[in-house]
Design a protein around this ligand. Structure first.
Ligand code: ATR
Length: 275
């Protein structure tokens, strides 16, 4: 029988996950489909029960349900418990387990730039996204990670938990030239002409500037970094790799990420890595 997978969120109409997973199902000869489902917060429990009743094989969870889904599940793995957020639910028999592939998805994308784990990394932001990335960087052997954030206390707390360092924003701005990789994880930059979360005045040419945002494909942060002679990495890779890790958990197969990055990039009308 045809299998089906889903993504639940509010809003959900913008999601590129159905296009991505349906393409991978086709490429891998899997008889399955992937459906976006609009679920308002007050309906989450009911929606999850309906998904189970109708036999969903697995699903993604996006905003604003990434935390609220946790108590409804039969358990979560380390990636989700560290982040206190779930983006992927895997079915095993009658059990539904939560996982989080966002942090590892980002690091996979970063590794396509041939960045070395010896690099000095500056992470801007201390919210959920920064949390996932800081833990994933550590897991993948990046030993020199510094976190800076508008609210310094949150940077300190995350640094303590993830075994990273913290630095107040003004100092990070002064010492920007010391870092090899600068990762922008805040929600700033979704809108054109928004102020940057950090001044890039002292950034060094050749530094890799990475943003987790993929729409717009070139955020104000990446635009300024590019003008300063930096290499840039937008959020398309993170999006594709978080999906690829989820796909592998669901099907046991590794999908083609290179073609997908190309396809999603074209859909968004931009270029992926500028090296
Ligand atoms: P997410 O889960 O998407 O990371 P979050 O937990 O709300 O969302 O965290 C948002 C991050 O963006 C935080 O690091 C936040 O900084 P504060 O901890 O000081 O709130 C950062 N952020 C949001 N708006 C910002 C702005 N205008 N300038 C700088 N940082 C901003």
């Amino acid at each position: 029988m045809k299998k089906w997978y889903a993504v639940i969120g509010d809003p959900i109409s913008h999601s590129l996950s159905p296009l991505m997973h349906d393409t991978w199902f086709k490429e891998n000869g899997i008889d399955a489909t992937f459906i976006p489902i609009h679920v308002e917060p007050s309906n989450l429990k009911q929606a999850f029960e309906s998904l189970q009743t109708l036999g969903v094989s697995g699903f993604n969870v996006t905003l604003p349900h990434k935390q609220a889904i946790i108590p409804l599940l039969d358990g979560v793995d380390d990636t989700a418990s560290m982040m206190d957020a779930v983006n992927t639910v895997v079915r095993g028999g009658k059990l539904y387990k939560g996982s989080n592939t966002d942090g590892d998805g980002f690091v996979e994308s970063l590794l396509t730039t041939e960045s070395s784990p010896d690099s000095k990394v500056l992470l801007i932001g201390a919210g959920g996204a920064a949390r996932g990335i800081s833990f994933a960087l550590k897991r993948r052997g990046f030993g020199d990670v510094t976190i800076t954030n508008r609210t310094h206390r949150r940077a300190e707390e995350l640094a303590d938990e993830s075994g990273s360092k913290s630095m107040v924003k003004a100092e990070a701005e002064k010492k920007l030239g010391d870092f090899d990789i600068i990762i922008q994880t805040t929600s700033v930059g979704l809108a054109e002409n928004e102020a940057l979360p950090i001044s890039l005045q002292n950034i060094r040419a050749g530094t890799l500037a990475a943003d987790i945002v993929y729409n717009p494909i070139k955020t104000p942060f990446l635009k300024v970094a590019e003008e300063k002679g930096c290499k840039t990495l937008n959020g398309v890779g993170m999006f594709v790799y978080q999906g690829a890790i989820a796909f592998e958990k669901w099907t046991g197969l590794k999908p083609d990420t290179d073609n997908m990055i190309q396809m999603i990039t074209e859909k968004l009308g931009g270029t992926y890595v500028n090296r």
